[in-house]
Design a protein around this ligand. Sequence first.
Ligand code: G
Ligand code: G
Ligand code: MN
Length: 409
Amino acid sequence: MLERSAIKILILDDELFMLKLLTRMLANQGFTSVVCCDNGHDALVQVDNESTRPDLILLDLNMPGMDGIEFVRYLVDRQFTGSLILVSGEDERMLRTAEKLVQAHKIHMLGYLQKPVKPAALLAMLTQWAPPLPVKPSKVKKIYSAEEIKTAIKEGALINYYQPKVSVASGAVVGVETLVRWHHPEDGLVFPDQFISVAEAHGLINDLTRLVLLKAFAQAKIWQQAGFELRVAVNVSMDNLASLDFQDLVVKLAGETGISPHKIVLEVTESQLMGDIRVSLEILTRLRLKRFHLSIDDFGTGHSSLAQLRDIPFDELKIDQGFVHRAWKDETLRVIYDTSLALAKQLNMEAVAEGVEDRDDWDLLRHTGCDLAQGNFISKPLLAEEIPQWIEVWLKRVQTELAVADSVN
Ligand code: G
Ligand code: G
Ligand code: MN
């Protein structure tokens, strides 16, 4: 561990008073290698010179000339590997937004401090400082060509994973969401964000979805015969809903496998702006009439929106993970989460919270009466054959650790 006096700290703030105050606070705690700058240009000179390059920067957001956000962009250009603490008089929401931005740029953030800065808060943040890890060359996400995806579909290299959805009140395992992955011969496990949009753009999404549906329905049958009553959800791209053949396909496949429609959920996300929605509306309405369940996925993001809620008879609303994880402690997220939940209830839909990652998230769902939960706290997506064993372990966990039954009457 580096001595406090050896950690190079740069303070960038246009107010002389703040520079003095922070320098004093730091010195009181033994941080004595401190350089002050009252403008971004001077600070960049420090960053550019290897001998003065700081390990840690305390950065003010609001400065005349180059503001804090612009300064961060220049740090990115310079591949700055040190850490950052934002110090600002802006309100909490503004600071949180700035923090998100910095993190999106992959610059290490220790956190933000609101002015007036409390010495204890500053110290708490400083003690989290650690030397940067050696930079690994960041793995560039490979995007695959249409030809490669076509081959993968043809050769059956796409494998369905299944992520459990459980009842928040009882802990019962209600169903699973099918999430497709590609078992690539050289690259290993490839995730849908690396091939779904290419499949959509090159007219391959129908073939892909047909394969996913076929396997998911066959699997649903196997579970049914083994005594597991699971609803099986499949993600449907809006591009799938461009031709009336889709509804025939779903009805036919369900009929052939002998799965009753109410055991099947179609999760719909609108990934691009729709032109003519009459066809998709007709498909979804007819599927709903046949008692297939319809779910609006990633609610609150992109185009999964109020207009869709108005137009399409959904049975289920999935609150996007971006509004669930940490909603128990973040006021803005909490308001969006509560509102989405209330919308679902008032429109008689089941609410599913996605991205439940820890016990605090789970407890929020319990207190607020969300219907279903999905996320890594419950289980990551699994292979079909792992599901029975997982259910056994989960039900034990429900009884012991989660003590769900005690408040369910
Ligand atoms: O876990 P994950 O990385 O698998 O999923 C990423 C995204 O890919 C999710 O938004 C999910 O809706 C989407 N996705 C997963 N499987 C399918 C599929 O079979 N079809 C479509 N259209 N999207 C899918
Ligand atoms: O279809 P949809 O966009 O809802 O797909 C769910 C996505 O979220 C998948 O990529 C899945 O792997 C991912 N996921 C599932 N549970 C969690 C979780 O608890 N946390 C995070 N960050 N992602 C999750
Ligand atoms: Mn989904």
